[in-house]
Design a protein around this ligand. Structure first.
Ligand SMILES: *[C@@H]1O[C@H](CO)[C@@H](O)[C@H](O)[C@H]1NC(C)=O
Ligand SMILES: *[C@@H]1O[C@H](CO)[C@@H](O)[C@H](O)[C@H]1NC(C)=O
Ligand SMILES: *[C@@H]1O[C@H](CO)[C@@H](O)[C@H](O)[C@H]1NC(C)=O
Length: 572
C-alpha cells in the first residue's frame, strides 16, 4: 500500500469525522505491530512513541466539549495529511516486518527518518491547534473579523485562531491569516497589544526569512511594520523576537515596497533609545547609509529617521564616519521631502554636538550653507527647530561662529524668530545670537526684538533662557540708538521696573532687570523714567536683599532725585 498524492488530494474534501474513522484503526494497528518489527528497532521505537502521543492528542480532539470542533478548516488538511502519513508508515512497517525484505538499507533508513519527522511535525501542529483553544468555541464566531464592538474575548480568540492558521496552515491559510491580521490592526490599533501578547511573534518574524514564500514574506513584513509603529508593547515584542536583523536584511535586498516598509519599522524600533545600540550590533549602519543613497524618497525619509534616532550612540557615529555617512546626510538637506530634511538636520545636529571631527566634516561638505539656506525655506516650525539646532551645534566651531557673525541675513532671520517663533525657536535663536559677536550695524538691524527679549527675561522655562535673553539684550542695548528707542517707549521701561518689584514672584532672578537698567541709566531721560515708574523703592528693597547692582543703581537714581528736587526748588 503506497498512498499516491492523488489519494491525499482526494481526501482533503472528506469530512474530518470520516477521515478520523479511517485514522483510528490504522493507528492502533501500527502501535501494536511496530512492537514486533525486527529491523530498525530503534527508529520504530521513536515512531511508536510519537504514534502513542498522536493517539492521546486525537482523543482530546474528539472529546472536545464543543460539537463544532470538526468544522475547523485546518483539520480539513491536517487529518488527511495524517492519514496518508499513517498509510505510508504502514507500508514501511510491512516491508520491515517481512523476512524477505531485500530493499536498500540506506534507502529504508532515510524513508523512516523522513516519515518520523513528518509525524513529529503533524503532531506538533495538532497540539498547537488543541492548545490554542479555538476548537472549544463555535467557529461561526471565531472566523468572523472582530468589529469595533467585539468583546475582548472575541478579539483574543480571533488572534489565537489567526496565529494557529499562520503556523500550521499551508500557503493559502497563511496568506489569509496575514490579510486578516493586517485588517485587524488597521481597524483597531488597540488590537496590537493583544497580538503582541497572544500571537507567536517569533513565528511572524521567522516569515521574514529570505528562504520563505515571497508573497507571505511581503505580508508578514507589512504586519511587522504596523506592529512596530502602532504600540509600544507590540514594538517591544517584535524587537525582542529579533526583528531587527531580518528587517535590516530586507532594507538591504528587498523590493522597493519592502524596503519602504522595513525602513518604517526600523525607524519605529530605533525610536526606543534602549534599542538603538542594536543597530551597530547588527552592523546596520552601512545598510542604513546605502538605503539612503539608493532608496526611494519614502525609504530615505524613514531611514534617515532611524539614523537620527541612533546617532547618539558612540559606535554608530564611528560607523557613520567609516561609511561616509555625513555627505549622504548633507545631501538630504536638499531633498524634496520636508520630513527628510528635518530628520537629516536633526541627525547632523547630534553629530555636530559630538565633537569637532563631525563639525569639520559637515562644514567641509557645505552643510552649513545648506542649513542656513533652509532657514528661509522651511515651512513647519519643527523643521526649523531641527535646522536651527544643527546650526547651533555647528557654531561651537570658531570658523562657523565667524561665518554666522558676519551674516546680516542670518542675524535678522534669528531676530525675526525671537519676535515671532514658538518658545523652542525663540530659545534656540536667543542662545545662538548670544554666542555670536555681532557688529553694531547688525545690532541696529535687530533692534525691534528688544521688547521680545524683555518678555523672555520673565520666562521661567526653559532653564537659562532668561539669562541668555538678558545677555543678548545687553548686547543689543550696547548701541546708543537702541537704548534711546527703548527709553522712548514707556511701556518697556515699566515692564522692566515691574520685574524688579520684590513682590513680583514670577521673576526670580532680580539681578537681570537690575543689570539691564543699570546699563541704560547713563541717560538722564532713562533715570527720569525709572523714577516715574517707581523703581527707587524696589531698588532699596533689593539692595537690602543684597541683589547685585541694586545698591549702585539706587544711588544713581538718588542723585537724579536730588537734582530734580533742586530743579523744582529753583523754578519755585
Ligand atoms: C456550532 O456552529 C453552528 C453554526 O456553524 C452554530 O449555530 C452553533 O451555535 C455552534 N455550536 C456551538 C456549541 O458553539
Ligand atoms: C512559536 O514559533 C516558533 C518558531 O518560530 C516555534 O519554535 C515555537 O514553538 C512557537 N511557539 C508556540 C507557543 O507555538
Ligand atoms: C516696547 O513695548 C511695546 C509693547 O510691549 C512694543 O510694541 C514696542 O515696540 C517696544 N519698543 C521698543 C523700542 O522695544
Amino acid at each position: 500500500m503506497h498512498p499516491s498524492s492523488s489519494t491525499a488530494a482526494a481526501a482533503t474534501t472528506e469530512a474530518p469525522l470520516s477521515v478520523l474513522d479511517q485514522i483510528n484503526p490504522i493507528l492502533s494497528l501500527l502501535i501494536v505491530s511496530s512492537l514486533s518489527v525486527k529491523t530498525f528497532t530503534g527508529r520504530w521505537q521513536t515512531i511508536r512513541s510519537r504514534l502513542t502521543s498522536l493517539q492521546t492528542s486525537l482523543n482530546s480532539l474528539t472529546s472536545s466539549p464543543s460539537p463544532n470542533w470538526s468544522s475547523n478548516p485546518l483539520l480539513l488538511t491536517l487529518l488527511p495529511n495524517l492519514l496518508s502519513l499513517l498509510l505510508r508508515l504502514h507500508s514501511l512497517l510491512t516491508q520491515c516486518s517481512s523476512s524477505s525484505y531485500s530493499g536498500g538499507k540506506l534507502h529504508m533508513q532515510s524513508d523512516l527518518d523522513i516519515s518520523s519527522s513528518s509525524l513529529s511535525d503533524l503532531l506538533h501542529s495538532l497540539d498547537l491547534l488543541l492548545r490554542s483553544g479555538v476548537l472549544q468555541v463555535s467557529n461561526a464566531i471565531v472566523l468572523s473579523q472582530p468589529g469595533v464592538s467585539s468583546s475582548k474575548e472575541d478579539v483574543l480568540l480571533f488572534v489565537k485562531d489567526l496565529f494557529t492558521r499562520l503556523q500550521i496552515g499551508g500557503v493559502e491559510f497563511k496568506r489569509k491569516a496575514l490579510e486578516s491580521l493586517l485588517q485587524l490592526l488597521s481597524s483597531d490599533e488597540k488590537s496590537a497589544g493583544v497580538v503582541a501578547r497572544e500571537g507567536n511573534i517569533s513565528y511572524l518574524i521567522h516569515l521574514l526569512d529570505l528562504t520563505g514564500h515571497y508573497a507571505i514574506r511581503e505580508l508578514a513584513l507589512s504586519a511587522v511594520s504596523v506592529l512596530a509603529r502602532c504600540s509600544e508593547e507590540s514594538r517591544k515584542s517584535i524587537f525582542e523576537a529579533g526583528a531587527l536583523g531580518p528587517l535590516l536584511r530586507l532594507l538591504e535586498v528587498g523590493s522597493v515596497a519592502m524596503k519602504e516598509k522595513a525602513a518604517v519599522a526600523v525607524e519605529a524600533i530605533t525610536a526606543d533609545l534602549e534599542n538603538a545600540w542594536a543597530i551597530s550590533a547588527y552592523g546596520g549602519v552601512s545598510v542604513l547609509v546605502e538605503a539612503i543613497r539608493s532608496g526611494s524618497p519614502v525609504t530615505q525619509s524613514h531611514t534617515v529617521g532611524a539614523i537620527r534616532n541612533v546617532a547618539v550612540v558612540d559606535d554608530v557615529r564611528v560607523a557613520l564616519a567609516e561609511e561616509a555617512g555625513v555627505p549622504v546626510l548633507v545631501q538630504l538637506l536638499s531633498s524634496s521631502s520636508a520630513a527628510a530634511q528635518e530628520k537629516a538636520s536633526c541627525a547632523l545636529a547630534t553629530l555636530a554636538e559630538s565633537g569637532e571631527y563631525f563639525r569639520a566634516l559637515i562644514v567641509q561638505e557645505r552643510g552649513l550653507q545648506k542649513l542656513m539656506r533652509l532657514i528661509g525655506e522651511c515651512s513647519g516650525s519643527e523643521a526649523l527647530e531641527s535646522v536651527l539646532r544643527a546650526i547651533s551645534s555647528l557654531s561651537a566651531s570658531a570658523q562657523v561662529s565667524r561665518t554666522l557673525s558676519s551674516s546680516t541675513a542670518f542675524i535678522v532671520q534669528n531676530g525675526e524668530l525671537i519676535k515671532h517663533g514658538n518658545l523652542i525657536l525663540q530659545h534656540t535663536a536667543v542662545s545662538l545670537l548670544a554666542k555670536l559677536s555681532i557688529s553694531d550695524g547688525n545690532k541696529r538691524a535687530i533692534s525691534s526684538c528688544t521688547s521680545s527679549l524683555i518678555k523672555l527675561m520673565e520666562s521661567p522655562k526653559p532653564v537659562g533662557l532668561n539669562e541668555l535673553a538678558a545677555k543678548l539684550l545687553m548686547e543689543v542695548l550696547s548701541v546708543r540708538s537702541n537704548r534711546k528707542d527703548l527709553v522712548k517707549d514707556e511701556k518697556n521701561i515699566t515692564r522692566l521696573v515691574h520685574m524688579m518689584d520684590p513682590a513680583n514672584e514670577v521673576v526670580a532672578a532680580k539681578r537681570l532687570p537690575v543689570t539691564v537698567l543699570a546699563a541704560m541709566s547713563d541717560s538722564h531721560g532713562c533715570r527720569k523714567r525709572l523714577l516715574a515708574a517707581g523703581a527707587y523703592p524696589h531698588l532699596l528693597r533689593l539692595a537690602e536683599m543684597d541683589v547685585t547692582g541694586a545698591r549702585k543703581l539706587a544711588q544713581r537714581l538718588a542723585g537724579s532725585k536730588i537734582k530734580s528736587l533742586f530743579g523744582r526748588a529753583w523754578r519755585a
